[in-house]
Design a protein around this ligand. Structure first.
Ligand SMILES: Cc1cc2nc3c(=O)[nH]c(=O)nc-3n(C[C@H](O)[C@H](O)[C@H](O)COP(=O)(O)O)c2cc1C
Ligand code: SF4
Length: 438
């Protein structure tokens, strides 16, 4: 009997993972305001480890407080954070699952700024276009400090006994702000031609290698294409697939161990997470953002008025296209052919045969899954038991996404549950075991 590609181990330069299904990054406001982690996050990650994934790629983990998207995400900005990440790693390892921590910096792309810093740091001084947050273009000294913050984050992840780190160089956050021709307007060594826009990312890779050596797993999440004009038509389109292929080749040469392929120069984007834009649900949680940026209140009115809402919804769908499952596979295939390191692909996967074919036909080496695993934590066990697709699949409704700014992360599509109470019970299960039992 030929072995099932889904369950073949994947061997990276310094890490082996037991199967080809990784939990993709999902953030959630599970932690304390100051960035210290909680038992709820450990409970959350353990659900996926128990459910059979080979590895978990973590939530967005800020390397500095100024680099967070919003408060209440666990950070890795200081040595005191190491014991929490060690405890989380041990809980996940108990299920023979690896844990890769996503080292992140939001730059100007934030949702709720904390009280510490008014302005985000960015490659540019232009306001963030979605909510209208102000930012400042980083000075040379701030770039150097941030490079060192990433290196220190990698060292802390290794000290915590985790299995590797991922640089979040996709979806509009700080690295994208440097890489993208549509955003980076600098006239120094970090702007202009692609090689200079990639300088910041490559300096971080070099600093991490200098700090943790060659044998600690390091992967990079990239946006294959920016599609920066997906919603606002007079924006420039940004980086092309050819640009990203070039960046990936430089990353390969610089000693990166794997690539993780996504798309889009902002988040959320019609292609990521690909699905509906649930305006009715968004209106319920948007109050969290209203006072945040210069444009958030305008956006709220747009969503409430029938005509502007319809225009927005139509643009969202048109920019996404019809394909949801495997939306990034064509780009992943091109990148995979151009590099010598394994390629992970994200985007909509929840059908065993589609994943199998993607691996067999070398579109990617493994897949990463976010929403379908939120919907079915035990998806891998279902595949192992011979199910081709879960009986209650993820509907790509994106209600989990828009609830995440206000409510605990979980599946919010009530149509997948026997009752509203059953949905709430499942969402609230992340608080068991409680931090203070009894
Ligand atoms: C609620 C939610 C939170 C997410 N948080 C992150 C994140 O912190 N970092 C990241 O790189 N991607 C994040 N993503 C994107 C996912 O990792 C994934 O790449 C994307 O949703 C496509 O995969 P899927 O179709 O399996 O959900 C998030 C997605 C969702 C739905
Ligand atoms: S709310 Fe549930 S069904 Fe909807 S996209 Fe999220 S996980 Fe999938």
């Amino acid at each position: 009997m030929p072995t099932d590609p889904l369950f073949e181990p994947i061997v990276f330069r310094s890490l082996t993972v037991k199967n080809r299904i990784f939990r993709s990054n999902v953030s959630g406001r599970f932690d304390n305001y100051d960035g210290s982690g909680t038992q709820a996050r450990i409970n959350w990650e353990t659900k996926f480890a128990r459910g059979g994934v080979g590895a978990i790629v973590s939530s967005f983990v800020p390397v500095t407080i100024r680099g967070r998207i919003m408060p209440n995400y666990a950070t890795i900005d200081r040595d005191e954070r190491v014991p929490f990440w060690r405890a989380l790693g041990e809980a996940v390892h108990a299920h023979d699952c690896r844990f890769i921590l996503q080292l992140s910096h939001a730059g100007r792309q934030r949702d709720i700024p904390g009280i510490e810093f008014a302005e985000g740091l960015s490659a540019t001084g232009k306001d963030e276009p979605l909510h209208g947050f102000p930012c400042v273009a980083m000075t040379r000294a701030e770039i150097d400090e941030t490079v060192q913050a990433f290196a220190a984050g990698a060292r802390r992840a290794r000290e915590a006994g985790l299995d590797g780190v991922e640089l979040h160089a996709a979806n509009g956050y700080l690295f994208t702000q440097f890489l993208s021709s549509a955003i980076n307007d600098r006239d120094d060594d970090y702007g202009g031609p692609l090689a200079q826009r990639a300088r910041f990312l490559l300096e971080v890779v070099a600093a991490i290698r200098a700090e943790v050596g060659r044998d600690f797993h390091l992967q990079v999440k990239v946006s294959a294409e920016d599609f920066n004009d997906a919603i606002v038509r007079d924006e420039a389109p940004g980086n092309t697939l050819a640009d990203t292929v070039q960046v990936c080749q430089w990353l390969d040469t610089a000693g990166v161990d794997a690539l993780h392929v996504s798309s889009g120069s902002f988040f959320p984007h019609p292609r990521n997470p690909a699905g509906e834009f649930p305006v009715d649900e968004l209106i319920k949680t948007y109050d969290q953002l209203l006072s945040s940026g210069g444009l958030a209140f305008r956006n709220f009115l747009f969503f409430r008025i029938g005509l502007t809402r319809e225009i927005f919804e139509r643009r969202w769908e048109a920019a996404r296209g019809p394909r949801l499952e495997g939306i990034n596979l064509p780009a992943s295939q091109v990148i995979r052919q151009a590099v010598g390191i394994p390629v992970l692909c994200t985007g909509g996967f929840q059908t065993a045969e589609i994943i199998r074919e993607a691996i067999r036909q070398r579109f990617c080496d493994a897949v990463t899954i976010a929403r379908p695993l939120i919907a079915n934590n035990d998806l891998v066990h279902q595949f192992a038991a011979g199910l081709g697709r879960p009986p209650r699949p993820c509907t790509y409704c994106n209600r989990c996404l828009v609830n995440a700014v206000e409510n605990p992360l979980g599946c919010y599509d009530v149509s997948r549950f026997p009752s509203h109470q059953a949905m709430v019970d499942e969402i609230m299960s992340v608080f068991t075991p409680a931090p203070f039992p009894g």
